[in-house]
Design a protein around this ligand. Sequence first.
Ligand code: AGP
Length: 603
Amino acid sequence: MCGIIGYIGEREKKEFLINGLKELEYRGYDSAGIATFKNGHISSYRALGKLENLIHKTDLFSSDGFGLGIGHTRWATHGKPTEINAHPHCGEFSHIIHNGIIENHREIKKNLLSKGVKFLSQTDSEVIVHQFEKFISEGMDAKKAFKNTIEIVQGAYAILLITKDEPDTIFFAKSRVPLMLGTNRKKEKFMSSSDAPLMGHATEVVYLEDGEYGWITKDEISIFADEQLVTPKFITLKKNKIHAQKNGFRFFMEKEIYEQSNVISETFMGRVSNDSIELEELNNIDFNNIDSIKICACGTSYHAGLVATYLFERLSKIKCQVEIASEFRYKEPLLDKKTLFLSISQSGETADTLEALKIAKIAGLTSLAICNVDNSSIVRLSDVTLLTRAGIERGVASTKAFATQVATLWLLALYIGKNRKTISKEKMRTEIEALLRIPSVLVVKNSTHEKIKRLSKRYLHGHGFFFIGRDIFFPLALEGALKLKEISYLHAEGYPAGEMKHGPIALVDSELFTIALMPQTILYDKIKNNVEELSARDATILAISPKKLNLADDFIKTSNQSHPMSEFFEMMIIMQILALEIAVRLGNDIDMPRNLAKSVTVE
Ligand code: AGP
C-alpha cells in the first residue's frame, strides 16, 4: 500500500513532507518522491529505495514560505520499482501522486497515446495526470478537468494533484483507499493516507468517503459527492502514533487479519472481469508448452502451494506437485523443461526457496514467482512474477500474505485453464462469481470474533491440538496449526482427516483438542465420520462448519456458502483469530513471536 502526504501553508515543505513519509514507512514501499509548488514553480524529486535516498537527493533543496507540497511512498503494483515509476508523475504543468490501482488504465492510456500523449512510466497512475491535462487542453478549467478525470478512472484511488493551472490548490479524490484531510488553528491544510503523519500538526480531521473528491486551498476545503457540495464532518485527531499505525487494532497481526477483505480486492483489481481472468504479466508464457507445475515454498507459503495443487489439477487439468524448498534443494530432483517452476514467497528472500529456484533455472525450467515484494531476490531471478499486492505484512505470523497467495493461485489456475481450454464458459462464470464474493467473505464478523475470544479460554493447556481437514481444507488445517504454534507456543499438528485412524488416533483423549474443518461443499459426510471416530474416543472437539454438529464440545457456525473456496476463506479467518486469541490469553508477543523472523534469509 502506498503512502500519501500533502500540505498547504507557510512551513518549509520538504522537511514536513519527508517527515510525514517517515510516519508512513510502516506501510512498506520501494521508492518515494515529493513535489513542492511555490511562486509558480513546481520542484519534484524522486528516488528508488528507502527515504534516505530521497533525503540525500534533496539535501540542497528547501521550500520556505507559503506554498503547496505533496509526497508519496510507492509499493509497486504496476511497473517495476524504478525511479521513473516513482511518484509524483508529471504532465506538462501538473504533478500527481496516487495510491491504489486504476483498473481501466490500459484503455485510458491507449486513447491518450492515440492523441499523441507521451508516457514516461510503466505505471497505471500516470494516466491520471495526462488525462487531466488533456481535458484542460480541450478548454476545461482545472476544476472541471479534475472532476471529469475522476469520472473516467475506475478502480481504487487516493489522489493528490497540483497544477500550474491552479497554483494555490491541491486537488484530491478518494475511492476504496484511505485519504484524510486535516487543519488546525493556524489554518494550515493537511492531506494523508492515515493519522500518523498528521499527529502533532493537524487538530481537526475529516476521513473522506468513497466517491468524494474536491480541492483544498489555504482558505477553504471543498468536498463533492455526486457533484453535490458536502459539508465535511471534522473530528478531533487521535494522539497515539503506534496505535494509529495499527489502525486502532491491538496488534499488526490483528490489523492484517481485518484488512484481508480490502487487500484481496487489490489482488483481483485489473485482473478479473465478469467472464475472464487477465494476467498481462504472463502474456509471454505459452501454457500449451507446459505439461506440469512444480511448486517450491516454505512455511505458510508451502501451505498456499498445497492448496494450489488441488486447484491446478481440478481447474487447469495440469499435473502439479508441491515440495518444501529445503527438501527439494538437496534431493537431486529430476526436472523437465516442460515443467513450470512456481516459487511462492511473501518476502521473496527466503533462502531455501531462492536456492530451489536457482536449481530450476539451471535445469532450464520457466520460472514464475508468486510474491508480495517486487524487486526481491526471488522476483528478480524469476522469468515472470505475479505480485500478490498484500502490502507490507508486519506480523511475523503470516495472514494476509497467505490469503492473497491463495487468491492469486486461484486466479492463475483459472487463467491457465482458460489458456488450455479446460474450463467451460459456465464453469468460468461460476468460479469468477465465487471469486468476486471473497472480499465480503473475508469481512470479520464481530460476533464471530467475540465467540472465538470467549471459547479460547478453554484451549490454553492440554497435550496438543490436531487440526483436521480434507481436500483443500487439509492445507488449511496445516496453516491453522502453524498459526497456533507460531504465536501460542502450544503444540499443534495439521493432519489429513482420513489419516487419523492410521496412527494418530492413539493420541486421542479428552486432553487432545481437535479442531475439525467441516465444510458442506466438500466431503462433509467423510469428515463427519472422522470426527465421530474421534468423539467416540473422548477427544475434545471444536467443529467449524455451516452444519450444526451436536457431538462437538465447541461449535463455530460458518455461513451457508455454495463454493469450497468461500468456505475456505471463511474458515481461514477463524483459524487466524483462534490462534491470536489463545496467544493473547497466554500473554505472548503476537507480532514478534520468540525465535522467529519475518524473513528467513538463512538455511
Ligand atoms: C508464516 O506464518 C511464517 N512466518 C513462515 O512460515 C513463512 O511463511 C515462511 O518463512 C516463508 O516465508 P516467505 O513466504 O517470505 O518465503
